[in-house]
Design a protein around this ligand. Structure first.
Ligand code: 13P
Ligand code: SF4
Length: 319
């Protein structure tokens, strides 16, 4: 504990000295979440992270999350230094959608508006018309449907299916998934709901349709947090990465939070819903960013400017 507090103090000093700020996702280590908030940074969902990084005056952004989040910050703020504690922190959705295959997918459907989830590489975004996150995807697809646009969607098939069902839009879906949310199981969740009949069920839309169909609230990490803080129920079953429980407990200390069951759950794994890539962010490698400038994100300029257009379109829409 003493060592941890020395590291935190060093980080605080260096953030100030270097005009840097931490932009953290709800799934990272609680120590990083607290540090981000104590030092004027943010803990947020992927849409809010993108907005915060772009609007904050700091010249260096330390993005504690996964690769696509750091890339999005760099794309939006090319003049800023964007550092990440571990550049190998990726995402199964990003890995499952390589740009060459994605380009072929787009080439095969030239008449469609290309909508991609934030969880993709800069190269994939560069080919898309729109980037969306889980908190604005539904509203953007509703709007595109109103304009009679047919959609090509990548990469999360569960989120894509959910949006297709909600909006009735004509969508062709890429076949990707999140290794964390894909593991939630409807049968076990139903049993848990029977044990806690008054609990509200909160589900991230990257989960399978059978799980989403049990939900009282389907939404991004920020929407789930809001539902707990503002909701009138006293118990909540949470189907997303367990990292978010930290912020939920801080903002709603009197509510009971119950983790939704995953397939891998066993006596040795109390909390299986834990993204291995988000878990690569720690205090030691975050300090390394500040001490040594480690983990710098760079995006090649022609890719960056094309990707920027598709992200800005979303930011304008959500203003
Ligand atoms: P949010 O936009 O809801 O934070 O989702 C990002 C993510 O990676 C969820 O797994
Ligand atoms: Fe990607 Fe899933 Fe991890 Fe989010 S939780 S970063 S979607 S693998």
């Amino acid at each position: 504990a003493a060592e941890k507090s020395v590291t935190k103090d060093k980080i605080k000093r260096l953030l100030k000295a270097q005009n840097a700020v931490i932009v953290a996702h709800y799934y990272v280590d609680p120590d990083i979440q607290d540090l981000a908030l104590e030092t004027g940074g943010c803990v947020a969902d992927s849409l809010e992270m993108a907005k915060f990084g772009r609007e904050h005056p700091a010249q260096t952004l330390i993005v504690a999350g996964v690769r696509f989040m750091g890339e999005t910050s760099k794309i939006l703020s090319p003049q800023k230094k964007v550092l990440m504690p571990d550049l190998d922190a990726t995402c199964s959705l990003d890995l499952g959608c390589p740009s060459e295959q994605f380009n072929q997918f787009c080439d095969a459907h030239p008449d469609r508006t290309v909508v991609v989830y934030a969880n993709t590489s800069a190269a994939v975004k560069a080919r898309a018309d729109w980037m969306v996150t889980s908190s604005c995807a539904l509203a953007i697809v509703y709007e595109l449907k109103k304009q009679n646009k047919k959609i090509l969607w990548a990469p999360d098939r569960h989120l894509g299916k959910y949006i297709q069902e909600q909006t009735g839009a004509d969508m062709i879906l890429w076949d990707g998934d999140c290794i964390v949310h894909n593991e939630f199981k409807a049968e076990e969740l139903q049993l848990l709901k029977e044990r806690y009949p008054n609990a509200q069920v909160l589900v991230h839309p990257e989960s399978p349709a059978s799980v989403v169909s049990i939900a009282d609230v389907v939404g991004s990490t920020a929407a789930m947090l809001k539902a707990v803080v503002e909701g009138t129920a006293s118990e909540y079953i949470v189907a997303t990465d367990q990292g978010i429980l930290h912020r939920m407990r801080q903002l709603a200390p009197n509510k009971t939070l119950i983790e939704a069951p995953t397939a891998g759950q066993s006596a040795t794994c109390k909390s299986c819903a834990n993204c291995p890539w988000m878990a690569m962010n720690g205090l030691a490698n975050l300090l390394n960013c500040l001490e040594n400038g480690a983990g710098a994100i760079s995006v090649e300029e022609s890719t960056r400017s094309k990707a920027q257009a598709c992200i800005e379109r979303m930011l304008d829409f959500t203003k």
